[in-house]
Design a protein around this ligand. Structure first.
Ligand code: RRO
Length: 308
């Protein structure tokens, strides 16, 4: 089965890839991704200076998903800029995820990373885990200001990783911002921010930072992810390609993202839980699902979700 896909003119031999944050911080992790069946190498979101991140425990997996408050542990953008040429020799697209601790950081990082020529750049407007720093994606004006600044220094395809929105008015408002900023692709969604998981036996939170509040991922967020993929697919009538992220643990989950409009699918929680072999499993499961439905390529069903 052909699971290849194209996003903003870049070809991916598989539609499955790691979500930023999952097994992609260090050189060793990124090289291991390159040797795996992932369709692309996505880096951890980067800041100006290297960071250890928040205190542990800062990730907790449970049957329905995960909660994390990693706090942007990363090598700093200079190290990723130096690594990108090596990663590009591994024969698959490299997506650099750019973040920052303040608005001015983003263009600084974006300019140097752009010069290292990753295949695509993903601008992360949605980290929920830095104490005292709200998610930029929930501030439409700040998002527009920032995207216009980074767009000026980015010459490779530029995407935006957005937080989940829960009201059509917010989808519309961000859709207008995206439409004004020269965005080449969307990645929907980041984790559902500031959830709280409780251990009732020990009567305690499960992660240390922020009193236990953290970003939710995995199966429990799939309907939220699908809704955001579908909402932005409809707003742009399929003209801006979408990477669907959130709640993909099997091939049928990926199929649902594609029906809603996703061109590719990223894997976070289940990659952390299962390791790099997850990509081969997902390829087999999605291929089986497409065959069962009589489809031979992703394009045949992309966005084709029916309504009642
Ligand atoms: O590092 C993190 O805590 C983190 C980031 Br930058 C993000 O974008 N999403 C997330 O769930 N965790």
């Amino acid at each position: 089965m052909d699971l290849s896909t194209t996003i903003a003119g870049v070809r991916f031999s598989s539609c499955f890839m790691n979500a930023s944050g999952a097994l992609c911080v260090t050189r060793e992790e990124l090289l291991a991704l390159g040797r795996s069946r992932t369709g692309a190498i996505v880096t951890k979101s980067m800041t100006v200076e290297p960071r250890d991140g928040n205190p542990a425990p800062r990730y907790y997996g449970f049957p329905g998903g995960s909660i994390n408050s990693m706090g942007l542990p990363n090598l700093g953008y200079r190290a990723y800029a130096a690594l990108i040429p090596e990663l590009k020799t591994l024969g698959k697209p490299v997506i650099a995820s750019v973040a920052g601790l303040c608005e001015d950081d983003f263009p600084t990082i974006a300019a140097t990373i752009n010069a290292a020529k990753p295949d695509l750049i993903e601008v992360n407007l949605s980290c929920p885990n830095i104490p005292g720093k709200p998610q930029i994606g929930y501030d439409a004006e700040a998002s527009e200001r920032l995207l216009k600044r980074v767009r000026k220094v980015i010459t490779v395809p530029m995407g935006v990783k957005l937080p989940p929105y829960f009201d059509p008015a917010h989808h519309e408002m961000m859709g207008e911002v995206i439409g004004r900023c020269g965005v080449d692709f969307l990645n929907l969604i980041n984790s559902v921010g500031n959830g709280l998981v409780v251990d009732p036996e020990r009567e305690v939170v499960v992660i240390k930072p922020k009193g236990g509040f953290g970003g939710l991922g995995g199966t429990i967020i799939k309907p939220v992810a699908l809704a955001n993929v579908r909402a932005f697919w409809k707003i742009f009538e399929g003209r801006i390609p979408i990477i669907g992220t959130g709640g993909v643990v099997n091939g049928v989950d990926a199929f649902e993202h594609v029906l809603c409009g996703a061109s590719a699918v990223q894997i976070g929680t289940v990659l952390v839980e299962e390791g790099l072999d997850v990509f081969g499993r997902l390829e087999m499961e999605l291929s089986a699902q497409l065959s069962k439905k009589g489809y031979t390529r992703l394009e045949d069903c992309r966005g084709k979700l029916k309504e009642l």
